[in-house]
Ligand binder design. Structure first.
Ligand code: SF4
Length: 246
């Protein structure tokens, strides 16, 4: 562990934070880590919530955004909208691959579909993310995951030590559900990603294999890697996917 990263009593801290609201958890994070705290944002469906809480605590907090090369144009528009409204300090980390050349080299003939999702996520999403964490070397990182989003997130703790990233991973929204997120958005007049009104309730990259609109009554994350066992892009797992270059 880096000398700059304080050793925390995680069981005790998590017990205390489980009873706090997300804005209080973000405040605790800011007080604990100061400028050594960064956040990640996909500028997805409900990303405005954590961004709003984070800039309230530290207006210049570094916000890591991963550009896989395959994001929706609406995601960029949404990022600009939020960047202007909150004067966000966004740090975009891009894939090292040319998006067209990657498809050619990986034998992906249909740009609207990925046959090898693990490989594509490994080199185009996880590699830029790992690079961001390596370069910024934060003591802690705020992320927007919630327990109700996926089975893989049900047992997550609000503060975890990420061996992979050598820093703490803090999930202030972990205990909230969609209704509470919606209430917060309404209360602070925050916008949803523009594709939400078209039925995209969880938004990642644009190939249909990776993001599709969901049907009424479907789980919000049913549109991510639909029909596949994959439920996580890998950024929130503590083992790196293969991020080797092609
Ligand atoms: S979500 Fe899809 S397009 Fe995006 S990096 Fe992963 S496999 Fe590639």
């Amino acid at each position: 562990m880096s000398v700059l990263v304080p050793e925390l009593d995680l069981p005790e801290i998590n017990q205390m934070l489980e009873t706090r609201t997300p804005p209080q958890i973000v405040e605790w994070s800011g007080a604990q880590f100061g400028d050594e705290l960064v956040m990640t944002s996909s500028f997805g469906a409900e990303s405005a919530v954590l961004l709003h809480m984070a800039v309230h605590v530290n207006p210049r907090i570094k916000i890591i955004m991963v550009d896989t090369g395959y994001l929706f144009p609406e995601t960029w528009q949404f990022m600009e909208q939020l960047r202007r409204r909150f004067d966000l300090n966004v740090w975009v980390y891009r894939t090292r691959n040319d998006p067209i050349k990657y498809l050619h080299d990986a034998g992906e003939e249909d740009p609207t579909w990925r046959q090898d999702i693990e490989r594509c996520c490994g080199v185009n999403k996880n590699e830029p993310f790992d690079r961001a964490i390596r370069e910024l070397a934060p003591a802690a990182w705020l992320r927007g995951i919630r327990r109700d989003q996926a089975d893989t997130r049900k047992d997550r703790k609000i503060v975890e030590w990420s061996k992979r990233n050598n820093c703490y991973a803090i999930s202030p929204l972990l205990t909230w559900n969609s209704r509470q997120i919606g209430q917060y958005m309404k209360e602070h007049q925050l916008p949803y990603h523009p594709l939400v009104e078209k039925g995209y309730l969880s938004i990642g990259c644009n190939p249909l294999s990776c993001t599709r609109a969901v049907l009424p009554g479907e789980d919000p994350r049913a549109g991510r890697w639909a029909g596949q066992s994959k439920v996580e892009c890998g950024l929130h797992l503590d083992t790196s996917l293969d991020s080797a270059k092609l």
